[in-house]
Ligand binder design. Structure first.
Ligand SMILES: [Zn+2]
Length: 204
């Protein structure tokens, strides 16, 4: 007896969905079922939104946050210059911090964290551009807002060491962010406390 499998179009859809971060086989099948058969799924709109995001979004040339032109909305706002510079892992970490209302300066997106096992070294992250920015902008403080797991800690220490010679004050946000979860999983109050209770890592 031949083993039964889904028809090819369904298998192809599931295969593409499984390539998305955080989507396992069961979730991929459930999403595929919904996309392929639900009344209100509108797969055409989804495809258009995907293509538009891919075509029109690019990283801000200064900080790495989402932009549709050369600069993002945050870097284009000149009233923020000279304050603290907040360093995060991903572009999606910026808005959760922004919404706490505690940080009024600029951001710098590293694009991930050091993960030797996944072949992510310093050259894969936006570290050189961070050092250059610190030299040029001389921020009042550099706040490292990376996640609290082993890789996040290692990245914080690595960056703090590189920044030590700059003479700029380096702090990191207080513990309390979910280990391995990243900033997007922390609730606003936890984030606010983490930002307010930051501690010194070096510098002036
Ligand atoms: Zn920017």
């Amino acid at each position: 007896m031949r083993q039964v499998d889904y028809p090819l179009p369904f298998r192809s859809l599931v295969r593409e969905l499984r390539r998305l971060p955080g989507i396992g086989p069961r979730s991929a099948e459930r999403i595929a079922l919904w996309l392929a058969s639900a009344q209100d799924a509108r797969p055409g709109d989804l495809a258009t939104a995907l293509e538009q995001a891919r075509m029109e979004l690019k990283p801000c040339s200064v900080c790495g946050f989402f932009a549709t032109g050369d600069l993002c909305e945050i870097c284009a706002d000149t009233s923020r210059k000279g304050g603290a510079l907040c360093v995060v892992e991903y572009a999606t970490d910026v808005l959760p911090l922004e919404r706490t209302g505690v940080h009024e300066g600029n951001y710098h997106v590293l694009g991930g964290r050091l993960a030797p096992l996944d072949h992510v070294g310093p050259d894969q992250l936006r570290i050189t551009s961070l050092l250059k920015r610190v030299e040029e902008e001389r921020p009042a403080e550099i706040i490292l807002a990376l996640s609290a797991d082993v890789e996040g800690e290692a990245t914080s220490s690595f960056v703090a060491e590189l920044l030590a010679s700059s003479g700029v004050k380096v702090t990191r946000i207080a513990q309390g962010l979910p280990a391995g979860g990243g900033l997007e999983h922390a609730d606003p109050l936890t984030l606010q406390r983490a930002l307010s209770g930051r501690r010194m890592m070096g510098g002036a």
